[in-house]
Design a protein. Structure first.
Length: 210
């Protein structure tokens, strides 16, 4: 099973990818992770990527796809893989197709913007131990205080309203067009994203027939 999970930030892609890696015994492949690994190993494409990263530039799509193809030759990818954070754009999707990277199915987790803003904006994080809470779904015992170490909880920059809205804008502009791209290929299935985690997982399993 070779999958792409699409959806806005906070839709639940990471959570479902984690469940699927265990269920299907396939790796979750993150662009950031494989870039760092390729740079560390000093592979030819890793060295190419490092030159761009050291210069503070975005790594071009063809280099990212080169690193991905290199990663897919590993033994743990023989039964399939789940792409996390790639492709982000139509150009990256076209590059995957051009290099014969096989994708069986694309699951698009649909969640309205207002739900994303509430979901991410309600997160509170402990700066000391890293525990995460939510003002609605996972409240600490004492408001604003970590249950684990009693430090004052904070709102991370990523969870501030303006940051969330910027991330959503980027998603709608750059990544959302992939929905039509894969729909035209007959590979797309929609998943409702407003359910709780367990119900969302049931929807994902049903879509995949597992």
């Amino acid at each position: 099973m070779r999958l792409i999970l699409l959806g806005p930030p906070g839709a639940g892609k990471g959570t479902q990818a984690e469940v699927l890696t265990k269920k299907l015994n396939v790796p979750q492949i993150s662009t950031g992770d494989i870039l760092r690994a390729a740079v560390k190993k000093g592979t030819p494409v890793g060295l190419q990527a490092k030159a761009f990263m050291d210069a503070g530039d975005l790594v071009p799509d063809d280099v990212i796809i080169g690193v991905l193809k290199e990663r897919l030759t590993a033994d743990d990818c023989k039964n399939g893989y789940i792409f996390d954070g790639v492709p982000r754009t139509i150009a990256q999707a076209e590059a995957l197709d051009a290099q014969d990277v096989v994708i069986d199915m694309v699951l698009s987790i649909e969640v309205p913007d207002e739900v994303i803003v509430e979901r991410l904006g309600g997160r509170r994080t402990c700066p000391n131990c890293g525990a995460i809470y939510h003002v609605i779904t996972k409240k600490p015992k004492v408001d604003g205080v970590c249950d684990v170490c009693e430090a004052a909880l904070i709102i991370r920059k990523d969870d501030e309203r303006d940051t969330i809205l910027n991330r959503l804008e980027t998603y709608h502009k750059e990544t959302e067009p992939l929905i039509d791209y894969y729909k035209k290929q007959g590979k797309l299935k929609d998943i409702g994203g407003e359910f709780n985690i367990e119900s969302q997982t049931e929807e994902v399993f049903k879509a995949l027939g597992i």
